[in-house]
Ligand binder design. Structure first.
Ligand SMILES: [Zn+2]
Length: 112
């Protein structure tokens, strides 16, 4: 299962981080999930609650925020939400360079 691998990756990052800072307990892991990252959050929560068992992250909360699919226009330079249908700037019709919406990463970790 895709989400199980993601959950293990997240836990690894958190445990590494905790080791570096000599933390005793991980309390929260906050993620940035792009609109187009394809992560199924319900499946991810489930997978996460199973991989943290027996670790110092056992009671950690997994939280996230969705990052909208956004781009910067090559022509006018504006940053806009991209309409996946055409990838064109809503203001001038120029091509958009993707600057957000595909990420799947740990934003911050709260520990004790
Ligand atoms: Zn434009």
């Amino acid at each position: 299962m895709h989400e199980m691998a993601i959950a293990e990756g997240i836990l690894d990052i958190a445990l590494d981080h905790a080791r570096t800072h000599a933390a005793q307990r991980i309390e929260r892991i906050h993620l940035l999930l792009g609109e187009l990252s394809g992560v199924e959050t319900e499946a991810l929560s489930l997978a996460f609650s199973s991989v943290i068992r027996g670790t110092i992250a056992e009671n950690a909360a997994l939280t996230w925020e969705r990052v909208p699919f956004t781009g910067r226009c090559h022509d006018c330079g504006r940053e806009r939400r991209i309409r996946p249908a055409d990838y064109l700037c809503p203001d001038c019709g120029g091509g958009m360079e993707i600057i957000g919406g595909r990420e799947m990463r740990v934003d911050y970790i709260e520990m004790e």
